[in-house]
Design a protein around this ligand. Structure first.
Ligand SMILES: [Zn+2]
Length: 84
């Protein structure tokens, strides 16, 4: 252990395995043999999100998971709402 850095939460991203369609009606579309997946875990409160699957869902999830959880994380609130 190197100490110093404290990990409060973690995003796990699996980019999947896909290829782009080169020809035909669906050209430019990405076909996935194994779709991208992502999940989020919060070390502070022990929260673990469900696994999100699919390129669009994963993209949105990666952008939103951390701030969204921060706003509802009981560990964050236990420390942050003391003034109220
Ligand atoms: Zn949390």
């Amino acid at each position: 252990m190197t100490g110093r850095q404290q990990v409060n939460d973690a995003l796990f991203i699996d980019c999947g395995d896909g290829y782009e369609i080169k020809h035909g009606d669906n050209a430019g579309e990405i076909k996935y043999r194994r779709p991208p997946r992502a999940r989020f875990e919060c070390v502070r409160c022990g929260y673990a999100s469900p696994i999100v699957t699919g390129p669009t869902a994963v993209k949105n999830f990666v952008a939103a998971a951390r701030p969204e959880h921060r706003s509802i994380c009981p560990a964050t609130h236990a420390q942050g709402v003391r003034a109220a």
